[in-house]
Structures are given as structure tokens and as C-alpha cells.
Design a protein. Structure first.
Length: 164
């Protein structure tokens, strides 16, 4: 990255993707399919927040799959296999107690996997807004004091830019 005249780096993330300078906030993402760069000048910065992002879809999937798997076994045993057409075609068919227990255990395992995905998807995100643009920094494994210190650094740098 090329620095602007009189610009100094105040903070840089360990992976060198997020950067705070005396003039701007910058995020650079490099990937196999392409790169992206977001930059907000500190003078334009209007709002910043530290928020938690949760993927509630994983919890919904845990409940949904548990109900679908166990509900289908219940419906099969109590309604479908008692239908006259099924009895006429296949005879007396029922899912045995051992099979029901195995299906129940599998449904519990699926629900636990989705709940674990939910827990691991929780992220702390710094969100910085300027006009209708925003930059979200996902700094993992940073304790609260370091997070608060980072926001304070950004506020201090913005304040110094405003006084010039």
C-alpha cells in the first residue's frame, strides 16, 4: 500500500489485512478468485460500533431437522403404514423400536452439530460507517480491553484529523 503524504501507520492487524493510519481506515482481502479493498477517510467517518454477529439459521436448522426426522418416523409408523393400500402392497410394515432409537440418536447428533456450528459462528465485528459505506473488521481472539483500545485509537486519529 502506498501511503499518502504525511500519512503514518497507527495500527496494523497481524494478518496485514486491516490498517489504521493517520488519514484512513483500510481493509484488504486477497483471495484466489479476486481481491477487494475498502477504504474510509477518517474525515468521513460518522459512526463506529462493536457488535456481535450470530448465525441463527444454524439454530433453526437444528430444530427443523430434529422435528423433520422424528416427525417422519412418527407419521410413518402411525399413519402411512396403517393405510390399507400400503398393507395391501407391502403387508404389515413397521419401523422397529431399535430402528426408531437409532434414528432418534442420529437426529440428536444432527441437532448437536448445528448447535455447535451456531456457537462457532459467533463473531465480534468492528463496524465503521461513512455516508452509505461501511467496513467490518473481524478481529478474532481479541480481548475486550484491546477492542476498546482499537476503537479509542480510531476516535483519537479522527479527532486529530479534524483539528488540522
Amino acid at each position: 500500500m502506498k501511503l499518502i503524504e504525511n500519512e503514518q501507520i497507527l495500527w496494523e492487524s497481524k494478518n496485514k489485512q486491516q490498517l489504521l493510519t493517520t488519514h484512513r481506515l483500510r481493509e484488504m482481502n486477497k483471495s484466489f478468485l479476486g481481491s477487494s479493498i475498502k477504504s474510509i477517510m477518517l474525515e468521513e467517518l460518522t459512526y463506529c460500533e462493536l457488535r456481535t454477529i450470530r448465525q441463527f439459521g444454524f439454530l433453526r436448522k437444528a430444530v427443523l431437522w430434529f422435528l423433520l426426522i422424528n416427525g417422519s418416523i412418527f407419521l410413518l409408523n402411525h399413519y402411512l403404514f396403517n393405510a390399507e393400500l400400503i398393507k395391501w402392497l407391502f403387508g404389515e410394515v413397521h419401523i422397529g423400536q431399535d430402528s426408531v432409537q437409532m434414528v432418534f440418536n442420529v437426529s440428536i447428533l444432527v441437532a448437536v452439530i448445528y448447535c455447535a456450528l451456531f456457537v462457532f459462528s459467533i463473531k465480534k465485528v468492528f463496524s465503521f460507517h461513512a455516508n452509505n459505506r461501511s467496513i467490518d473488521f473481524q478481529l478474532r481472539w481479541v480481548d475486550f480491553e484491546e477492542r476498546e483500545s482499537f476503537i479509542s485509537k480510531v476516535e483519537e486519529a479522527k479527532d486529530k484529523r479534524g483539528k488540522r
